[in-house]
Ligand binder design. Sequence first.
Ligand SMILES: [Zn+2]
Ligand SMILES: [Zn+2]
Length: 441
Amino acid sequence: MRTLLLVLLLLPITINAQQLSIDAMIERDMASMLSTYKMLHAAPELSHREEKTASFFAGELRKLGYTVTERIGKFDNAEWTGYGVVAVMKNGTGPTVLVRTELDALPVDEKTGLPYASKVRTKNDAGVEVSVMHACGHDIHMTSLLGTAKVLSELKSQWQGTLVLLAQPSEETGDGARALLRDNLYTRFPQPDFAIALHDKPELEAGKVGYTPGYAMASATSIDIKIRGIGGHGSAPETTKDPIVVASQVVLALQTIVSRENSPLDPAVVTVGSIHGGTRYNIIPDEANLQLTVRTYKEDVRKRILASIERIVKGTAMAAGIPEDRAPIVKVSEGTTSTYNDPKLLERLTPALSRALGEENVVKMPPMMASEDFGYLSLDQKIPATIIWLGASDPQKVKQSRETGVALPGLHSALFAPVPEPTLRTGVKATTATVLELMKK
Ligand SMILES: [Zn+2]
Ligand SMILES: [Zn+2]
């Protein structure tokens, strides 16, 4: 009984000592992490061309003793190189845990005015010159993962198993994770028992992390609709089949899919984001073109909505008397799958995160209809996986924004400026705590 008491008394001290030592390591590395972050921030690269970023990332992990493989990923477009990086550290028998970061930046003209703001301009996939910015914080994720990689390489006595660090290309274009799997990610490298990713969240205070059990982000599907009519003079509609009127009817009819055909308990969005047709006042054109995005959590809901769109578009054209051989063309492009955060995995991780960061700094957050392609890495939810939100904004500004209702610059904004030091500190602490929880001895 006395021994038990002694153990119980000593226990918090041991945990504190270990916590202190991880904290001390992070403080020791902070200056170098900040300079890595600023360097990455000032040198962003677009999706499908993350060559220098990937090679820097690979080099750093090699220095830390990881077994690193570069240039992973096969895209549909054979001209694009997959710049994926996998770094493996084997440390005895135990679970395989994958932690993912992204490599790519966005075609955004940075307006933060920060001393390390990006001034990079480059050509995009279409050959058009654009500015480039890490407006989604992938530079934070990379730096945080490098910091975590260092801490874990020094704490090998505290974990066992196989640690797989993955730097994914082309998250913003939604095709990076699939390119990795097409390049046999999970046969060339150990298939994980758990997959983790961090993503920064401007609406959450730096120092905090957030979690969303279950569906957290939606699938995204892009659809191109070509409505073909029969063109003619604007003064003689009786000799034409006007595709602009049909397109207008289609846009309104599409609104009934979510409001009338879909269960209100299944979140879904159908947005027409682009409508183009015609060239001038008095010409009824031959065609009108629409571009849509569809968001859902569940795959069966997505399939039903796609079928409804096709039915409504074809039916509306038929009702307008457009002949069969001029029927609309509906082209569905593969987007991204939804993000499902395994609730059981989160039940295990949140206490560990609370111990590392303090209970008040681990908050539950609502799901959203934005999307990302991390879900593919869970192989349709076969591998327990979760994204953890990483607070990235000055707590004072978050408070102000909640009081005034004026949103802070969000992800993909030219003004998005995470506060690097507390965000990186929390990123490394949270990722280290997560990996140690899953791989502890
Ligand atoms: Zn993004
Ligand atoms: Zn992102």
